[in-house]
Design a protein around this ligand. Structure first.
Ligand code: NAP
Length: 334
């Protein structure tokens, strides 16, 4: 699979990584055996070398699962670039959508130790601040993250869902290797100023939820069919009226995919990869069959006519509904 350079700091990864979040929660029932089989297929069969997790996915379960995977074979660790995140604190008794963002220096250190322990590794390849608490100067957070680099616990630094202004301030303290934010045909927020700033500063961009949390694959037609604890039931975009309006957009994308003899998932991922050479995509799945579909997107070449057609069918702002509940929206673009 094609490799791309994330920024100018020397981190090269496959253009398609694997998002592991759904293996632990948010999108239905957990199945560790199938998740491990998916991870093995991703790395050993398809050659993916970029895995994405976070300490809060499944309250540590996701990192522990990846730790199990990394230790199954002696050469695994050396074949994988492991990215994880800190900063969103949750409590065991949470109900609904509660997010407390902690980017204090003390928490950076504490969270990193806990992630290393769960993953069973000595160094995290790419360590992101998952969200930013504006009460804590970004300089304080990045200084603490840079100390982890000096201590050999982290190789590269990243920020998730940050504003362009915060990225600039952070990058002035220590080189930022990558920004990770939601980016897909129906989430175009980074185009305004984050992507141009990444390009200018030589920072890579990791597009999360490139499949629109599964919606752009054309397989979700009603909120009712989602499991009762599925995150998407809380997302305004997936509420019935918005979903119906958004379905019209997806049906048009599906038509384009059909004409190209590719799946809608492949078209959605390929679209992301065609936006800039410093972007990589991390579609998420816990199933081998979806993984096989998604990796083939790396071979899809979209010509200018198709890209223009998609731009017309799916213009910026076309999607109906916010991408997070209110409590999530307030943590973005800080
Ligand atoms: N930084 C952040 O704040 C943040 C936020 C969200 C996600 N992320 C990261 O980004 C990764 C990817 O995002 P995501 O998982 O939210 O969304 P996504 O990749 O857009 O979509 C994942 C959903 O699509 C389904 N799916 C995957 N491939 C499919 C295919 N070929 N056909 C039909 N359905 C398919 C998956 O089903 P199954 O679950 O059944 O496999 C899952 O429900 C996550 O795993 C996580 O690592 C980061």
């Amino acid at each position: 699979m094609e490799h791309r350079s994330l920024g100018t700091c020397g981190l090269g990864v496959t253009s398609i990584g694997l998002g592991c979040m759904g293996m632990s929660e948010f999108y239905g029932v957990r199945d560790d055996a199938e998740s491990l089989a998916t991870l093995r297929d991703a790395v050993d069969r398809h050659g993916i070398d970029f895995l994405d997790t976070a300490d809060m996915y499944g309250m540590g379960h996701n990192e522990e699962l990846l730790g199990r995977f990394l230790h199954e074979a002696p050469d695994r660790r050396s074949r994988v670039r492991l990215a994880t995140k800190f900063g969103i604190r949750r409590s065991a008794d949470e109900s609904g959508y509660v997010r407390i963002v902690d980017t204090s220096a003390a928490y950076v250190r504490e969270a990193c130790e806990a992630s290393l322990r769960r993953l069973g590794i000595e160094t995290i390849d790419l360590y992101y601040a998952h969200r930013i608490n504006p009460q804590v100067p970004i300089e304080e957070t990045v200084t603490a993250m840079a100390e982890l680099v000096r201590a050999g616990k982290v190789r590269h630094l990243g920020l998730s869902e940050v504003s362009a202004g915060t990225l600039r301030r952070a990058h002035a303290v220590h080189p930022i290797t990558a920004v990770q934010s939601e980016y897909s045909l129906w989430t175009r927020d980074p185009e305004a100023d984050v992507l141009p700033t990444c390009r200018e500063l030589g920072v890579g961009f990791v597009a999360y939820s490139p499949l629109g949390r599964g919606f752009l694959t054309g397989t979700i037609s009603s909120t009712a069919e989602l499991p009762s604890d599925d995150f998407r039931r809380l997302s305004p975009r997936f509420q019935n009226e918005a979903l119906a309006a958004n379905r019209v957009l997806v049906e048009q994308v599906t038509e384009v995919a059909n004409e190209l003899s590719i799946s809608p998932a492949q078209l959605a991922i390929a679209w992301v990869l065609h936006q800039a050479p410093f972007i990589v995509a991390i579609p998420g799945t816990k199933r081998r069959r979806y993984l096989a579909d998604n990796v083939s997107a790396a071979e899809v070449r979209l010509d200018a006519r198709t890209l223009n057609r998609l731009a017309t069918l799916f213009p910026v702002g076309a999607a109906r509904g916010a991408r997070y509940p209110d409590a999530g929206m307030v943590t973005l673009n800080k």
